[in-house]
Every structure is written in structure tokens, then in C-alpha cells.
Design a protein around this ligand. Structure first.
Ligand SMILES: [Zn+2]
Ligand SMILES: [Zn+2]
Length: 283
């Protein structure tokens, strides 16, 4: 265990999903921003999920609520406008960045480019929650089903990291979100990540991140879901440090109660892995 600087600045590079703009989150965006201010955050990136091009590419909560893709897009446009207002309103108390988190469903590229061109976020978090249009982070049953479609877990991992590589090299998102989310429902992930079919893909993606000067999100939501370590898991984190990639905590908050959650753990994980706890800003 290494010693930590007395008080590293509190930041979140990936946060601010709100019940106002996302069916699986809680609370208003303003209440979430106020919670960050109350906890003394220096800067926070608001990074709501991007909307789908069609409803099948979205989240089940939105479909169940009867929101069409167009409805979701209208709400997403309101999200950006609201976030911009909050950015200005609270500028003297906190630096807010207005961003969003990507998806990488089949054919996402044109839609994402359209969102970037029209909504002009400060930055994006490049994440994927689908592999071949199958959501991988919703339920263990869906996850297993996706693995079956690919003929096994190793192949599912390989497909995930290949799509992530495509996302990184096509869009160079300033931040790469929860790099190894694919491990979410896999109790054997530690062994799997270092397999000869998978580890070289991880190294390839890290190299692409490094070459483009992108930041990785140390995503704390994994701890909320019962994992023993955040995304990025330890061997990948160590590789990132060796390569000189910036890693910054993201609480991936989906409501007031997640704001600042697991902050101490984040500092511990990063300092144990040899990072210096000074944060690169996404913009
Ligand atoms: Zn979410
Ligand atoms: Zn995500």
C-alpha cells in the first residue's frame, strides 16, 4: 500500500445519469449537481446515455415506458440544454462538462456522428453496452444468451474488445468508459482476461488509447454491483499505468445516492496500482 496525497481533488469523469433523462436512473439532474457541489467536487462530467437510432437499440425501461426513438431524442436534446443551463448556473461552485456516453449497437456510427454534429458535447465517454445488438450488462440471463450466440464466453469477450477497438479508432472519445464491462457477470473473469485470445486484444486497445491520448474511466459502479474491484480490473490497470495512460475516477452516478460513492476505494485502487492521483481533465 502506497501513501496517498492528503486530499486529491474530487472529480468524476463519468456521472450524472438522472431519472429526469434516463429510465434506469433516479432524481433530477439539478439535485445530482447539487450533491456534487455539497461534497466539494472540483469538476464533474455529465454524461447521460446517448439515445438509440431506433427503439430496439435502446434500453428496456424506455421501451416499457412507451418512449419512441423520437421521444427519447427529444428528451436527450432537453438533457443537453438542461446540462448547459446548470453548467452556467453553478459555474462559480463547480466546473461541469456537458457530455454523453456512447453506445455501439450495429450501425451506431452514423447516428453518433449526427449527435456529435448537432448537440456538440464538450466530450464523450466511449462505452459499449451491446455486443451484436445484445445488451450485455442488464441481466445474467441475457449475458449468458449472448455468450451462447457467440459460442462461448471467450468469443463474447473477443467480440466486445473488437467493437471497442472500432469505437476507439473511429471516434477517439476523450474518455473510454468502463473498459472491461464485459466481465460483468463472469465469475472467472480474472482468468479469462489474460487468455491468449483476449489479452492481446486488450493490449491492442490500450495502445490505441495511448496513441490518441485518451483517458480511461475508473468506473466505480462495479463496486455497487458487488464486484470486488472497479472496471478497470487490476492487471489491465497496471498495464495502463506502465503505458502512461491517464486513469480518472468516474462514479457513473445514476442518482444522488451514488454521488461520491466509493471515492476512497477509487483512491486506494489507483494508488495501489502506482498512479499519482492527479487528474487529467477531459477537455
Ligand atoms: Zn445507465
Ligand atoms: Zn455505461
Amino acid at each position: 500500500m502506497r501513501s496517498m496525497p492528503a486530499s486529491p481533488l474530487r472529480v468524476s469523469i463519468h456521472g450524472g445519469h438522472s431519472g429526469q433523462f434516463c429510465g434506469h436512473a433516479e432524481d433530477t439532474l439539478e439535485d445530482i449537481v447539487k450533491a456534487y457541489i455539497a461534497q466539494g467536487y472540483s469538476w464533474v462530467g455529465l454524461t447521460e446515455h446517448m439515445t438509440p437510432d431506433r427503439v430496439e437499440h435502446g434500453y428496456p425501461e424506455e421501451a416499457e415506458a412507451g418512449l419512441s426513438a423520437k421521444d427519447q431524442h427529444t428528451r436527450f436534446t432537453e438533457y443537453i440544454a438542461t446540462a448547459r443551463q446548470l453548467q452556467e448556473k453553478y459555474a462559480s461552485e463547480i466546473t461541469l462538462f456537458v457530455g454523453f456516453e456512447t453506445e455501439a449497437f450495429e450501425g451506431y456510427q452514423l447516428w453518433l456522428q449526427h449527435l456529435l454534429d448537432t448537440l456538440k458535447p464538450d466530450y464523450i465517454v466511449g462505452s459499449l453496452h451491446h455486443v451484436q445488438d445484445m445488451l450485455i450488462d442488464s441481466t445474467p440471463a441475457d449475458y449468458r444468451k449472448a455468450a451462447d450466440v457467440f459460442g462461448g464466453m471467450d468469443a463474447l469477450y473477443a467480440a466486445y474488445f473488437d467493437r471497442q477497438y472500432e469505437l476507439i479508432t473511429t471516434f477517439a472519445p476523450a474518455v473510454v468508459g468502463h473498459f472491461d464491462l464485459i466481465r460483468i457477470f463472469d465469475p472467472d473473469y480474472r482468468k479469462r482476461l489474460v487468455k491468449p485470445d483476449i489479452w492481446p486484444r486488450i493490449q491492442r486497445n490500450l495502445k490505441a488509447i495511448k496513441e490518441r491520448g485518451l483517458i480511461m474511466d475508473l468506473n466505480l459502479r462495479a463496486l455497487l454491483k458487488g464486484h470486488q474491484e472497479p472496471y478497470i480490473s487490476r492487471p489491465i490497470l497496471e498495464e495502463a499505468r506502465k503505458m502512461g495512460i491517464a486513469v480518472v475516477p468516474g462514479d457513473d452516478s445514476h442518482g444522488v445516492k451514488n454521488v461520491g460513492q466509493f471515492w476512497e476505494e477509487a483512491l486506494q485502487v489507483l494508488s495501489d496500482a502506482g498512479f499519482d492521483l492527479t487528474w487529467e481533465s477531459p477537455v
